[in-house]
Design a protein around this ligand. Structure first.
Ligand code: PMT
Length: 427
């Protein structure tokens, strides 16, 4: 890095504050200048002196510091910052930030700065899951605040779950290299299906497939990173929910169909990454099917085709399907694109060691009249590229050129939700 990034690091009250001096060090190693501002609660966990020692600058905490305020210190600091990072961000501070409060130096700086704000939440898992906290995070994200974490794992309170602050190294790398897709889908509602479905045969058996949900969850994380409000309707998987994503768990194709249609009215983009059953048993036996003779006949009927049902709607979102193919990938996918009347299809070759239940994927993305190859890589990288392609193909809200063909994307207006909803494709 040739130019030093000036980072204002806000430290709020939480046990994870003990990691923040290491964060200062990691940021400075990467060439950043760091000014630490602490809340009163943060000082119950760690002293200002620790930060002064690592940052080489006096730690600030007092809105009423007469020496600093003689020169309007808080406004100077707000202008000085090129980036504001709050780590750890406590539930209380997130609430104050969402409420636009100016009741201490850090909160005041946040509303007085024009620099981008990034928060790294850290709290007990129940506090993180609390609806008020989630609503506050949603409010902040809708305003363009970037949320990094929290991670899942063992917590200082002895519980296990989502609420751990990201590690200092991960935070330092992420804030100094913002995601390329940031802001591409700001204000849009994206509905995603992920994972397999289970079609019950009897109380103990079911038909399913090898989908782990990793691809769909990666798409959800990438869409969220791009600024969308994301809901994922997931079949049975063993994955943590990506930060800021709303999750609805279902089991069968029928349940997935119902959940999708409950939320599709809100969606601007629908991405069907789930491996939904094509067939379901005609009847589900009430008792365990007994072993009789040498063979058993199962009567199956077509399961509802979810993506097609959405694409058939009179007023529909932008519809993206996936195609899992073992052979003739492009031809088969292109015929699915046409048959299901999709706006885009992401085709993946499936087989041992690729696509299903593994970390990597590669896609051939097709749309009417176009194509793009996404080379093999971790699913999150593949998902980010796919989100970029979707953003390029989305109909513009007001007849302006598509993103790929215009020079700059205008910032979304305050009423972006309503305006962007007009992107929905009318047929
Ligand atoms: O979950 P992972 O382990 O990470 O694996 C990822 C994946 C291979 C499952 C994923 O990348 C993928 O390809 N998902 C779609 C799998 C699939 O069902 O493909 P398909 O070609 O059978 O279906 C075509 C499209 O129709 C898909 O968008 C599918 O979601 C949709 N569909 C299919 C059947 C059905 N009843 N309803 C549907 O909506």
């Amino acid at each position: 890095m040739t130019v030093k990034t000036r980072i204002l690091l806000g430290v709020t009250g939480g046990i994870a504050a003990y990691k923040s001096p290491d964060l200062v060090r990691r940021l400075m190693e990467r060439g950043a200048e760091v000014q630490v501002v602490m809340t009163a609660a943060a000082q119950k966990f760690i002293t200002p002196m620790s930060f002064q020692a690592v940052s080489g600058r006096p730690t600030r905490s007092d809105l009423w510091d007469s020496a600093a305020e003689a020169a309007m210190g808080h406004i100077e600091l707000a202008r000085w910052a090129q980036l504001v990072l709050i780590a750890p961000a406590s539930a209380d501070f997130i609430a104050r930030l969402a409420g636009g409060r100016a009741d201490d130096l850090l909160a005041t700086l946040c509303i007085a700065t024009e620099a981008p704000i990034v928060i790294a939440p850290a709290m007990n898992r129940v506090m993180w899951a609390n609806k008020a906290t989630q609503a506050n995070v949603d409010t902040l994200m809708a305003r363009g605040v970037r949320v990094l974490g929290p991670a899942s794992g063992n917590q200082a309170c002895g519980e296990i779950g989502a609420g751990r602050m990201w590690e200092p190294l991960q935070l330092a790398e992420s804030v100094l290299e913002p995601p390329a897709n940031a802001g591409l889908l700001t204000g849009l509602n994206v509905l995603i299906t992920a994972g397999p479905t289970r079609e019950r045969l009897d109380p103990v058996r079911y038909l399913t497939n090898r989908s782990s949900g990793k691809m769909g969850f990666a798409v959800a994380a990438a869409a969220r990173e791009a600024g969308a409000h994301v809901t994922v309707v997931s079949g049975p998987v063993h994955l943590p929910t990506p930060t800021g994503v709303t999750r609805i768990d279902v089991e069968s194709a029928r349940e997935m169909y119902a959940a999708v249609h409950r939320h599709i009215g809100e969606a601007d983009v629908f991405i069907a990454a789930a491996a939904v059953a094509d067939f379901q048993p005609v009847t589900v036996a009430k008792q365990k099917i007994k072993k009789q003779g040498v063979s058993v006949k199962l009567e199956l009927e077509p399961a509802p085709d979810i993506v097609k049902s959405v694409a058939d709607m009179a007023k529909r979102p932008f519809v993206v399907g996936f195609a899992a193919e073992t052979d003739n990938v492009e031809d088969n996918a292109r015929s699915k694109l046409k048959r299901k009347k999709l706006d885009m299809i992401a085709a993946n070759q499936v087989g041992d060691g690729i696509a299903f239940d593994c970390e990597d994927n590669a896609l051939t993305v097709l749309w009417p009249g176009g194509k793009s190859e996404v080379t093999r890589g971790p699913k999150i990288d593949v998902a980010r590229t796919l989100i970029g392609l979707i953003a390029d193909r989305l109909p513009p809200p007001d007849g302006s050129p598509r993103r790929g063909t215009r020079k700059r994307r205008p910032p979304p207006p305050a009423d972006s939700r309503a305006r962007l909803r007009s992107r929905r494709v009318r047929r």
